[in-house]
Design a protein around this ligand. Structure first.
Ligand SMILES: Cc1cc2nc3c(=O)[nH]c(=O)nc-3n(C[C@H](O)[C@H](O)[C@H](O)COP(=O)(O)OP(=O)(O)OC[C@H]3O[C@@H](n4cnc5c(N)ncnc54)[C@H](O)[C@@H]3O)c2cc1C
Length: 363
């Protein structure tokens, strides 16, 4: 544990990002608007096994492992990815509970509504502080962190259903009738039980019902969800005494909305920098990561905004690739395209979409 005995630090939000900061700093005070950690659930809970181990996500919260991922449009086209290192399904509330074991000071039921200088104000009218640093780890709602930069946010909704579908592992669905702005997913979380969900700009309930019906599914639990972020990350993660981590900083993979590993990683990096009294180390330490996420955000605009993903899927249909890095989609797609003789056609499809995307701005 890092010590910060002379520096007062407040953390807003007890998700994986905020708890990772506080677990590493002895005396940080955490403010959490709910009365428990990890609930209500919102997340599908898939992470790259390699990255999960690298950032120290405990093995006890791993529920299941997958080695393959299928991509389909439900119109007969599909691609198979074998995933180097595999993907874990996590017990997500369990992850937060484990992280919270190392945090001494969590103020539950305290929703922070404003930051003014070194002070925090809560919905119940309390004033806390002064603090030397205020870490904003409020997740995708970004009520406080929005002031430091916009991040694309799409509503996401999912439900666990029993279904005779017999789909293997993880299936990602690119079909504009089911999600126009992003994608849908079907993940086997237990034998014959699938977590079915989607993110899109509108009509989530109707679209989710449609997908569940297609799978002949019957819900085994209540639907749950939240905001899925698609980047780009904020330009700067440190603003004077305010430090942004996890979703609050837009640190998510734009092509999948995945942010658990980045939340833990950014939380740990921020804690190290604050313990040394040098927040700029956190700014520096995340610079390359943010550049890569910005490149992935451009790809998000091209693949999903211009639906180049539909043409790409048709071109590479039937392909069987190695996903070299589950967390780096740009690298994985580039490697897949370069190892397939049809890659030139795929590249052409992407370039054409890119050209029409760019030329749109000159009309
Ligand atoms: C539908 C869906 C599916 C997803 N699937 C995946 C997936 O499969 N894999 C993956 O890696 N990521 C996934 N994500 C994203 C992932 O859930 C987030 O990236 C991750 O939770 C970010 O962690 P965080 O700590 O930054 O924020 P959060 O986990 O959102 O935690 C923020 C915490 O702050 C609290 N809070 C918020 N505002 C305040 C306030 N003002 N005062 C006090 N407390 C506050 C909240 O109650 C919450 O506890 C998914 C997200 C959604 C919505």
């Amino acid at each position: 544990m890092l010590t910060n005995s002379v520096v007062r630090i407040a953390v807003i939000g007890a998700g994986p990002a905020g708890l990772s900061v506080a677990a590493a700093l002895k005396d940080a005070e955490v403010f959490e608007e709910h009365n428990v950690v990890g609930l209500p659930r919102h997340c599908t809970s898939l992470v790259s096994a390699v990255s999960a181990e690298r950032v120290g996500i405990p093995r006890e919260v791993v529920v299941r492992r997958y080695d393959e991922l299928y991509v389909t449009n439900l119109d007969g086209d599909f691609i198979r990815f074998r995933i180097r290192g595999g993907v874990y399904l996590l017990d997500r509330p369990g992850l937060e509970r484990r992280l919270a074991e190392h945090v001494a000071n969590i103020r539950f039921g305290e929703k922070v509504t404003a930051i003014k200088g070194p002070y925090l104000y809560t919905e119940r009218g309390e004033k806390y502080g002064p603090y030397d640093y205020i870490v904003v780890a409020e997740g995708s709602l970004r009520r406080l962190s929005r002031a430091y930069g916009e991040v694309v946010r799409l509503p996401g909704l999912q439900v666990d259903v029993k279904s005779p579908a017999e789909l293997p592992g993880i299936t990602v669905v690119y079909n504009p009738k089911i999600s126009q702005a992003y994608f849908a997913w079907v993940v086997e979380v237990d034998k014959g039980v699938y977590r079915v969900g989607l993110a899109d700009k509108c009509c989530l309930v109707e679209k989710l019902n449609k997908l569940v019906k297609l799978l002949k599914g019957s819900p085994v639990d209540r639907p749950f969800g939240g905001g899925v972020l698609a980047g780009p990350p904020v330009q700067r993660v440190v603003h004077g005494r305010v430090v942004l981590v996890g979703d609050a900083a837009g640190l998510v993979k734009p092509l999948s909305g995945g942010g658990i590993v980045l939340a833990v990683k950014s939380g740990k990096l921020a804690a190290e920098a604050l313990a040394r009294g040098t927040p700029s180390l956190y700014e520096e330490g995340t610079r390359q990561l943010r550049m890569r996420l910005r490149a992935a955000h451009l790809l998000f605009k091209l693949l999903y905004g211009k639906r180049a993903v539909d043409r790409l899927l048709k071109t590479l249909s039937g392909g069987d690739y190695l996903a070299v890095d589950y967390d780096d989609h740009v690298k994985t797609l580039a490697t897949a395209a370069l190892t397939d003789p049809r890659s030139l056609a795929a590249l052409r499809a992407l370039l054409l979409a890119g050209y029409s995307y760019v030329s749109h701005f000159f009309k």
